[in-house]
Design a protein around this ligand. Structure first.
Ligand SMILES: Cc1cc2nc3c(=O)[nH]c(=O)nc-3n(C[C@H](O)[C@H](O)[C@H](O)COP(=O)(O)OP(=O)(O)OC[C@H]3O[C@@H](n4cnc5c(N)ncnc54)[C@H](O)[C@@H]3O)c2cc1C
Length: 454
């Protein structure tokens, strides 16, 4: 511990008991209560280099926290060094090259704010506070997936600090094996201090779908939704179906408090008029309770779900991919929803396809390129409900596993679990192990869906 104190003068290390320690070790999932030996609050790439070298000298594990939103709480670890990137959020747009330079701790909203000034966008997720770091490194499924692919498909270069504290320029010609690996392989290989993303023309206004239906029509809605997805164009593969019980929140009319509903949300990524036409079937899946579909600025779409998201609650999350919503799958999903032990469950079905599925399964580390749906389930537990919620979330996984596509999960949406990385990376797993051996042979970066060097 003396060395920690000595080093403290040189960088912004925070120790247990010191100001900021309790706040900085908190992550979005409040059920995670891990206590790092120290936290390094990095302001620059040089700070990251010093932090990594410090961890190496002191034999400490490293966890990397960007937006802190992973449901498994990978950003924080017990007894190791937490590298906190949350102050590194700079975003610069190079209009000539049509690229965005994004610091490793930026949030999705930071990027959208800057890119939309130029009528451009990086494909990101649908909640503005989520960190770009975790999102991009393990996939990134947002409204632009059908037209422009996953976030990880749009990483064209990066600066990576390795476990020796070396800074690598990673691109198609330099360390191209690492570029391949960070396009989906998570935070396994080093700290990404800066991403370079391809930019695309989007907005500034888009047609957005936002229809709410009564859960009583669930079966019919899922059937029709599936029929739409199977024939959807790239511009329309930007739709999510969400089943939840609405909270008694002030922004909702009282008549909707605690009502079980199905929401169908999306963005048409082509012309506005075409979107109004194309999404009509999704506005008529049953009799809507509310239909707020409208034209709105893309930046507003990207913030729209924020108010639905609770911060610092205990959450248990699971995920699986599917090929089709057959009657068997639909019945299994609905039977699990009907048996939920608490109302605060979020069942999301994201339609997949278009550009994200045109990428060959071995072209990037992200291997699942032929699924039609990603299912993500989050169960929010109130005090005293944790064990019950965790068990039930596991039971959703086990019940749906036999129907899933390749038994694989979207790693950004599932808690820690044995063998999940291998299933998600499929044939790419062995190649990822080789890259891991080259860049992190002693597995310093293990607080993630881990690819073990052995
Ligand atoms: C409210 C909410 C909404 C979401 N919406 C979407 C969505 O629309 N689409 C989608 O695809 N996913 C979505 N997700 C899932 C999200 O992609 C993951 O939670 C993601 O890991 C969050 O990234 P983060 O940087 O905030 O998380 P963190 O917990 O900070 O990091 C997650 C992992 O990534 C690693 N990591 C992060 N940054 C770096 C870096 N710079 N260098 C190296 N490793 C790094 C960390 O070590 C850790 O292992 C959502 C999650 C939440 C909670």
């Amino acid at each position: 511990m003396y060395e920690v104190l000595e080093e403290k003068g040189k960088s912004s290390l925070i120790l247990p008991g010191e100001y900021g320690y309790e706040l900085r070790r908190m992550v979005w999932n409040n059920s995670i209560d891990k206590k790092p030996a120290c936290i390094s609050v990095c302001e620059s790439e040089e700070d990251v280099v010093q932090a990594v070298k410090f961890a190496k000298r002191n034999g400490l594990d490293i966890s990397i926290r960007s937006g802190g939103h992973h449901v498994a709480g990978f950003g924080v670890c017990d007894g190791g060094l937490m590298i906190d990137l949350s102050n590194m959020r700079k975003v610069t747009i190079d209009e000539n090259r049509q690229v965005a330079l994004v610091d490793g701790g930026a949030r999705a909203g930071d990027v959208d704010k800057e890119t939309q000034k130029f009528g451009l966008a990086v494909p990101l997720g649908t909640v503005s506070k989520v960190g770009v770091g975790g999102l991009a490194l393990s996939g990134g499924i947002g409204y632009l997936r059908g037209k422009y692919g996953l976030t990880c498909d749009n990483i064209i270069a990066a600066r990576v600090v390795t476990n020796d504290g070396d800074i690598l320029d990673v691109n198609e010609v330099s360390h191209s094996d690492l570029l391949w690996a960070i396009r989906g392989g998570g935070g396994n290989f080093g700290v990404v201090t800066r991403f370079e993303f391809a930019l695309h023309k989007v907005g500034p206004k888009v047609f957005t779908l936002d229809v709410m239906y009564d859960y009583k029509d669930a079966k019919k809605i899922l059937e029709k939704f599936n029929a739409f997805v199977l024939n959807a164009t790239d511009d329309a593969i930007a739709i999510n179906l969400i089943i939840t019980v609405l909270p008694p929140a002030a922004f909702l009319p009282e008549s909707l408090h605690m009502k079980k509903v199905i929401m169908v949300t999306g963005v048409y990524t082509g012309d506005i008029e075409d979107g109004e036409e194309a999404f009509k079937p999704l506005q008529q899946l049953a009799t809507p309770i509310i239909d707020q579909s409208m034209v709105m600025p893309f930046t507003q779409v990207q913030n729209k779900l924020d108010k639905m998201i609770q911060e610092y609650v205990n959450v248990y999350g699971t995920s699986l991919y599917f090929q089709e919503l057959t009657e068997e799958v639909t019945d299994a999903i609905l039977s699990k929803i009907d048996s939920a032990p608490v109302p605060s469950v979020l069942f999301q079905l994201w339609a997949l396809g278009g550009e994200m599925n045109r990428v060959a399964s071995d072209a990037t580390a992200f291997a699942i390129r032929d699924a039609k749906y990603a299912l993500l389930v989050d169960t929010m537990a109130m005090p005293g409900e944790d064990e019950m919620c965790e068990l039930w979330t596991d039971s959703v996984y086990n019940r749906l596993l036999p129907y899933s596509h390749k038994r694989a999960s979207y790693l950004n949406g599932i808690g820690q679990g044995e063998g999940l990385a291998r299933l998600a990376y499929q044939e790419n797993y062995n190649r990822l192990v080789q890259v891991k051996k080259r860049y992190d042979s002693d597995n310093k970066f293990r607080h993630n869906h881990n690819i073990t060097p052995d």
